[in-house]
Design a protein around this ligand. Structure first.
Ligand SMILES: Nc1ncnc2c1ncn2[C@@H]1O[C@H](COP(=O)(O)OP(=O)(O)O)[C@@H](O)[C@H]1O
Length: 122
């Protein structure tokens, strides 16, 4: 992904919603592009992936929220586009439900241990 598409400079938050079983591959891909630091949250979400139908004691039920993993990766020293490409490739199956990647500007970052401001230390 080019810098024109991700915004040219500054600190970026790359937030991705992916399939839980793709997390290991995505972590490896992020480390390979030089962005090993991340936050991972278990979430549920809805998009184009069809709802699951089931039965419980003779009653039909529908689950339209699917288990997903949210990855948050703040970067400044490497292009956000490289991070996006790494996630998109590692998380891809081609089926509905693969997920989404969002790129947001970040106004600042502070490292708690040192008090250092600016670029997020990796
Ligand atoms: N517009 C959106 N805003 C926030 N999260 C979204 C949005 N679209 C999709 N998602 C998240 O991404 C997950 C996968 O999206 P989905 O549309 O099912 O996959 P695909 O894009 O592969 O068809 C959803 O379950 C949801 O968690």
């Amino acid at each position: 992904m080019s810098e024109t598409e991700t915004g040219n400079d500054g600190i970026k938050l790359v937030m991705a919603i992916i399939r839980p079983d793709k997390l290991a591959d995505v972590k490896t891909a992020l480390a390979e592009v030089g962005a090993p630091s991340l936050t991972v949250t278990n979430v549920s979400g809805r998009g184009s992936q069809p709802a699951k139908k089931g039965q419980w004691r003779g009653e039909e039920y529908t689950v339209d929220l699917h288990q997903k993993v949210k990855i948050e990766c703040v970067v400044a020293d490497i292009p956000a586009g490289d991070v996006v490409d790494a996630i998109a490739e590692a998380a891809h199956t081609g089926e509905k439900g693969d997920g989404k990647i969002f790129i947001l500007p970040v106004e600042g970052a502070v490292q708690v241990r040192t008090g250092k401001e600016g670029s997020p230390a990796v």
